[in-house]
Design a protein around this ligand. Sequence first.
Ligand code: 6PG
Length: 237
Amino acid sequence: MTEVAVVADVARAAVELFVEATAGAAAARGRAAVALSGGSTAAPLYALLRSTDKVPWRDLQIFFGDERAVPPWDPLSNFGIAEQEMLTRVPPPQIHRLRGEAPDLDAEAARAAHELRQTLGTPPRLDLMLLGLGADGHILSLFPGLPESAQRGEEELVRHVAPPEHVEPKVARLTMTPFLLVTARNVVMQVSGAQKAAILARALKGPEDVVACPAQWLRHAAGRVVVVCDPEAASGL
Ligand code: 6PG
């Protein structure tokens, strides 16, 4: 069951959930595996997290839900944003970025899948996946209209995606497959603004079609799913 938390401060509520999921995992298993998100909702959360001592920083294993095909120093890099805002608190060997600058993104996807299995075992299970919601219904870099957005990708784990036609930036992506979402112990999706209201309602309550609205993969998640949204984004629910 998806929980919906309607709050005034989305990033602050997401911090609470981040602490709960990672501290719980670290206490139970000695580590907390997290997939970070990109997009505009990510940076405010990371900036708040940076000054939070309740996060088990030294036990984190950091992965990325998706990445743009750019080098890590490019302002479009999801890794770059996270590094700048908070990753200095995590031991470098525990940061597993997707190499957006790789010349062969299919090979990079396979390498990253191997790294997930090596670090977390087979099949790998995340303790927390952070997500944003695209106004077109994408999550991760699973874009609407692509048949592969409907594939769980249990073997793949990480996939190379061609540049999206309708989403900025129009650069190729690497993305985790839905398998890592549906098996994660916790999924937290941050959604802000009235422009996301209709697609959030479609994601949670609309007729099911994961190709047309990949965010509907949330419905298949086995773990705890919390959608943290502001009143404007929740106005269609
Ligand atoms: C990315 C993201 C992507 C994002 C959504 C929402 O790399 O673009 O990981 O899935 O979360 O596009 O983005 P906003 O928060 O900017 O609306």
